[in-house]
Design a protein around this ligand. Structure first.
Ligand code: SF4
Length: 236
């Protein structure tokens, strides 16, 4: 396995001597030492499932926080349940639990008319509220550089905003993630194997076509690439 393109050493200032070939478990171990209150939001995509397993092996015993937007695929909710059964040492928290498209949180078709507004209400706001209440100093996040061109510069550690973001998988490729998941028999969302390489809400996710980025099926044709958790004014 080889990692993605190396980054200049000066971009890792302020963190240990991490480099593109640093083992994600070393990054997680550093995160646990440096931020004992670190927490992990997850939507249980391939990256998230791999990160979760690596984190448990490194000693993480905190929360795994999932936001129920009301528009998740049943397969995603089932994946969450399989993970919760597999990792009883973790605390799985579902925010906005039981949400549904017709619960009045947003107008029926807001996801089509204004997906930024829909994500802000159904996804970003519940997580922001939870983080305000629990106030962790850092978040473990599963983003990686080869997911999309907009994530091509993600470092292991991001400062700025309310809390530090630590991205142990920043340099792992999709092939490395798939190999890890297969080797450890991880419960990957079955939609992944139907071409849904990145899975969000069903109105805003399609299968990826050959040659497209892993995230090309998210908000396709809507001029939107991120839900707002990791970029923009409302980022975590
Ligand atoms: Fe709404 Fe789509 Fe965002 Fe889900 S991904 S919260 S349905 S706009």
């Amino acid at each position: 396995m080889t990692a993605l393109e190396p980054r200049p050493a000066e971009l890792f200032v302020g963190t240990p001597s991490f480099g593109p070939d640093t083992d994600p478990q070393d990054v997680i171990a550093w995160a646990l030492r440096t931020h004992p209150d670190v927490t992990m939001p997850s939507a249980f995509n391939l990256n998230g499932v791999v990160l979760l397993d690596l984190a448990v092996r490194a000693g993480y015993r905190g929360e795994v926080v999932f936001v129920d937007t009301g528009y998740h695929f049943p397969e995603t909710l089932a994946t969450r349940d399989r993970l919760a059964a597999r990792y009883p040492e973790l605390t799985f928290v579902t925010l906005n639990a039981g949400a549904s498209p017709d619960d009045g949180q947003t107008p029926d078709t807001l996801y089509a008319a204004d997906p930024d507004a829909c994500c802000a209400v159904r996804k970003v706001a519940p997580l922001q509220r939870h983080l305000r209440d629990t106030n962790p100093s850092a978040l473990l996040n599963a983003r990686s550089r080869d997911q999309s061109s907009t994530r091509a510069e993600i470092p292991f550690v991001e400062d700025g905003g309310a809390r530090r973001k630590i991205n142990p998988l920043a340099f792992w490729t999709r092939e490395m993630l798939e190999a890890y998941a297969a080797e450890h028999d991880l419960p990957v969302n079955p939609l992944y194997f139907d071409g849904f390489l990145s899975i969000g809400c069903w109105p805003c996710t399609r299968a990826v076509r050959p040659g497209e980025d892993a995230r090309a099926g998210r908000w396709a044709g809507k001029g939107k690439t991120e839900c707002g958790l990791w970029q923009g004014d409302g980022q975590l």
